[in-house]
Design a protein around this ligand. Structure first.
Ligand code: PGA
Length: 224
């Protein structure tokens, strides 16, 4: 199984998110090989839009078995008087996955390991699968995560993707539970995706910049 995860970050408006989805699904519809991989559980595509677009996009992707939505984050709070927070319970039933611990949140919003553990516990409590991000082999991760995404900070959004052999070396140093897929993120794009897949050690990609354009992201999915 390969995972291709589109992390739109703070890109797209409501109208461009709908345009993205239309263009992306048109490409999928025209690609019998890719559709077969989705149907045979060889490929899972996950799209992480900004919160307000989740419900309308869910209604569009629900017709596709292995195309799912993720939230880009969840609150560490379960419920209550916390203006602006979006809880795991609120997202439950609307997304299948949540990205937790992205380095941009660790850095810009001071998210700590303790806080991330609370998010993972809440995601698990409310039935959301977790895409847990680490920045290096020293970052800890809870044992109860669904996918582990290694994203070296120097490679994120810079065009300097990490050498596939170095990614595989990092994977070897991590004590990843056998059923947890290992994802790479950091300037992955349609031109370098094959160099990772050929290692047979990388189960998928968390894609930022190259996921903003639906055709480029489709090209990555098609290379699996
Ligand atoms: P990038 O972002 O593909 O733009 O490097 C990856 C990520 O931050 O998830």
């Amino acid at each position: 199984m390969h995972y291709f995860i589109a992390n739109w970050k703070a890109n797209h408006t409501y109208s461009t998110s709908l345009e993205w989805m239309t263009a992306f699904l048109n490409k999928i519809e025209q690609d019998a090989k890719l559709k077969t991989k989705l149907e045979n559980n060889e490929l899972t595509i996950i799209i992480a839009p900004p919160f307000p677009f989740i419900i309308p996009l869910k209604d569009i992707v629900k017709h596709y078995g292995n195309i799912h939505l993720a939230s880009q984050d969840i609150s560490c709070i379960e419920k209550g008087k916390y203006t602006g927070e979006v809880t795991a319970e609120a997202l439950s039933g609307h997304v299948q996955y949540s990205i937790i611990g992205h380095s941009e949140r660790r850095m810009n919003f001071n998210e700590t390991d303790d806080l991330l553990q609370k998010k993972v516990d809440l995601a698990n409590k409310y039935g959301l699968k977790t895409i847990y991000c680490i920045r290096n082999e020293r970052d800890l991760f809870p044992s109860t995560i669904s996918l582990l995404s290694y994203e070296p900070v120097h490679a994120i959004g810079t065009g300097n993707n990490e050498n596939p052999a170095d990614v595989v070396d990092v994977k070897k140093k991590l004590n990843i539970p056998p059923d947890v897929p290992f994802i790479y993120g950091g300037s992955a794009n349609k031109d370098n995706v094959d160099s990772y897949l050929i290692t047979n050690a990388i189960d998928g990609f968390l894609v930022g910049t190259a996921s903003v354009d639906p055709i480029e992201f489709y090209s990555m999915c098609a290379s699996a």
